[in-house]
Design a protein around this ligand. Sequence first.
Ligand code: GTP
Ligand code: MG
Length: 254
Amino acid sequence: MSNYLVVIPTVNEFHSLPKVIESVLKHNGFHVLVVDDASTDGTPQVVREKMSQDHRVSLIERPSKLGLGTAYVAGFKWGLQRGFRYFIEMDADGSHNADALPWFIKEIEKGYDLVIGSRYMEGTISVVGWGFRRLLLSKFGNLYASLMLGLRLNDLTSGFRCYSRQALQDIDLDRVHSNGYAFQIEMAYRVDAAGFKVHEMPIIFYERNYGSSKMSKGIVREAAILPWRLRIERLAGAVVRTLFGKKYVKEISG
Ligand SMILES: Nc1nc2c(ncn2[C@@H]2O[C@H](COP(=O)(O)OP(=O)(O)OP(=O)(O)O)[C@@H](O)[C@H]2O)c(=O)[nH]1
Ligand SMILES: [Mg+2]
């Protein structure tokens, strides 16, 4: 199967979503799944209208704002059940340019399992419309997470990325509990820890023009704590492996 699923999580993205969906559908082989969390501005209606025009558009509606991470996990499981080969994460607010989609496929088909669209490659910053404080927070967050987890990646928090089916099948999505930026960090960590190849390619990120940010102080706090949680998990795994051997660890982790 040569189909690629673009998963777009939404909360009140009525103004930008139609354009984003159209920009994805311009590319052959790409399907769109919107995972909406109880938007009140007519976002699901926009998706239903698109669904009536194009069979490549689908919608999952959830009853309340349950978080970005669980929205993606629900979308990935939906796509795995339907046999999609590659899975792309994309924001609904216009920050990610769909022209990069074929490039993600080109890169991942070189033999990677996660390709991250990076804003910070080779010492450059390709972000349009951010102030100094926002940029500093993002750069510092990335440096902190990559050093803590020993991952040599420039943009761990980027939400424009592409996974192989194999990676999503193997990492046990039920173990992923974070939301927000932490979700992006945790997914990259788990894909890498499972022995899959992670790669970055350059993208340009544009600050949203419409709607409002869903990010909060809680989400920044979650991202700050996550690397510690993952390190403790890794340490606990190593201790159990030393005490009981590899087989036992495999059995308890299923
Ligand atoms: N389904 C769902 N989608 C969410 C949730 N939180 C955020 N989103 C969506 O996830 C995408 C990224 O969220 P944003 O608020 O744009 O986060 P951001 O890009 O870091 O912040 P901005 O600079 O304000 O754009 C958008 O498409 C949101 O609508 C959530 O709890 N559930
Ligand atoms: Mg955004």
